[in-house]
Ligand binder design. Structure first.
Ligand code: AMP
Length: 393
């Protein structure tokens, strides 16, 4: 990546503004239910503190359009303070005179957390004036929020031209490094596993990976649009009718490029995802017309696992079935096992896939689990992320 790393900067005594992703889940009492995102930002924060930088942190939380007490970052400041073992100052806002004076009062190694950026609609509008106000708070800007790098907001992209020095934080660096490696120089064979509900969400990725991967394995609800494109009846399974032609075109392209394209050969069917205890395994050819395919079947799980055997790079996004329901979770678990047992470079991303991997207890057996959903998908789809591009400039 043609982007400077935070480790290359001299931050001593400087005001270092770090964009982090503290968009943590909260329960109804406003308590943090999972602090993984706060933990993920610690290496960059501790590095800057250790080098004598004056740390200013900024993040969004939720989707407020104006100030909303329920989405204050105060609980995050508390948790961060516990994790760092030092007090974290909380600003009442992210811009303005009071914030400026709090920044000026920061001593080297001290930490200030700005209040939720999205209390100002100018953040998401990438408003120039707002971006300049944020930029004026610092000497150095570090972006460590890969999960929001696909958005051109004031704090992720807009402020960059107004800051003297910019760099990527360790988390951002790691995410970009892994995904770039897969897209530009993968060890081969390179297999991509795609699943989830809809083809429409994954079209860009399938098309981009057709030019990079040696094998593409498709499961989940999205597989049925491809199966239908082969002229097969798929009962009441999810099908995006308007994309059947596109699915056929993709498979023709795969054939022309000699990319091996794998689809389910059997599935676990049921009346709907909610009715328990009525799951049946059927080959694709024998799918009952009144049922839905809700998971890949055991023959497909075996086929996919054999296809992955010996691959030196594997990327996985999207569950193989309705993994949230026990009757339809086995296919996703078997793919998780196959990915986890691969000695190659294995990268998993996307909220649901991450959750499925967690549920299987195999998260620490893959090379890298992306913290991002949208940004991971967009980068795999070949898009330039505004938050990354801004650092490159
Ligand atoms: P996505 O966000 O596109 O990765 O989709 C994830 C969702 O797809 C999960 O909530 C799954 O329950 C759902 N899903 C996976 N396979 C199927 C299927 N065969 N039919 C319906 N929904 C599915």
């Amino acid at each position: 990546m043609a982007v400077r790393s935070v480790s290359d900067l001299d931050v001593k005594g400087k005001r270092v503004l770090i964009r982090v992703d503290f968009n943590v889940p909260l329960d109804e009492h406003g308590s943090i239910t999972d602090d993984a995102r706060i933990r993920a930002a610690l290496p960059t924060i501790q590095h800057v503190m250790g080098k004598g930088g004056r740390v200013i942190l900024m993040s969004h939380l939720g989707r407020p359009k104006k100030p909303d007490k329920k989405l204050s970052l105060i609980p995050v400041a508390r948790r961060l303070s516990e994790l760092l073992g030092t007090s974290v100052n909380m600003a009442p806002d992210c811009v303005g005179e009071k914030v400026k004076s709090m920044v000026d009062a920061l001593a080297p190694g001290e930490v200030l957390l700005l209040e939720n950026l999205r209390f100002h609609p100018e953040e998401e509008k990438n408003d120039e004036g707002f971006a300049k106000e944020l930029a004026a708070l610092c000497d150095v800007y570090v972006n460590d929020a890969f999960a929001t790098a696909h958005r051109a907001h004031a704090s992720t992209a807009g402020l960059c031209p107004y800051v003297k020095e910019t760099a990527a934080g360790f988390l951002m660096e790691k995410e970009v490094k892994y995904i770039t490696r897969v897209l530009t120089d993968p060890a081969r064979p390179f297999a991509a596993i795609l699943g989830g509900a809809k083809v429409s969400d994954k079209l860009e990725i399938v098309e981009n990976l057709l030019e990079k991967a040696d094998k593409i394995l498709v499961g989940g609800g999205m597989a049925f649009t491809f199966v239908k494109a082969l002229g097969q009846d798929v009962g009441r399974s999810l099908v995006e009718e308007d994309l059947v032609g596109k699915a056929r075109e993709i498979m023709e392209k795969a054939k022309a490029r000699k990319v091996k394209f794998y689809l389910p050969v059997d599935c676990v069917c049921g009346p709907d995802p909610k009715t328990a205890g009525q799951a049946l395994v059927r080959t694709i050819q024998e799918m009952p017309s009144d049922l839905m395919g809700l998971d890949i079947g055991p023959a497909t799980a075996k086929l996919f696992s054999e296809a992955l055997d010996g691959c030196r790079t594997i990327v996985w996004n999207g569950p193989m079935g309705v993994f949230e329901v026990k009757d339809y979770a086995l296919g996703t678990m078997s793919v998780a096992k196959a990915v986890a047992s691969s000695p190659g470079l294995t990268i998993v991303g996307g909220g649901d896939t991450d959750a499925a991997l967690h549920a299987s207890g195999l998260s620490d057996k893959v090379s890298f689990v992306s913290t991002a959903g949208g940004a991971f998908l967009e980068m795999l789809g070949g898009r330039v992320l505004p938050g990354v591009e801004a650092l490159e400039k």
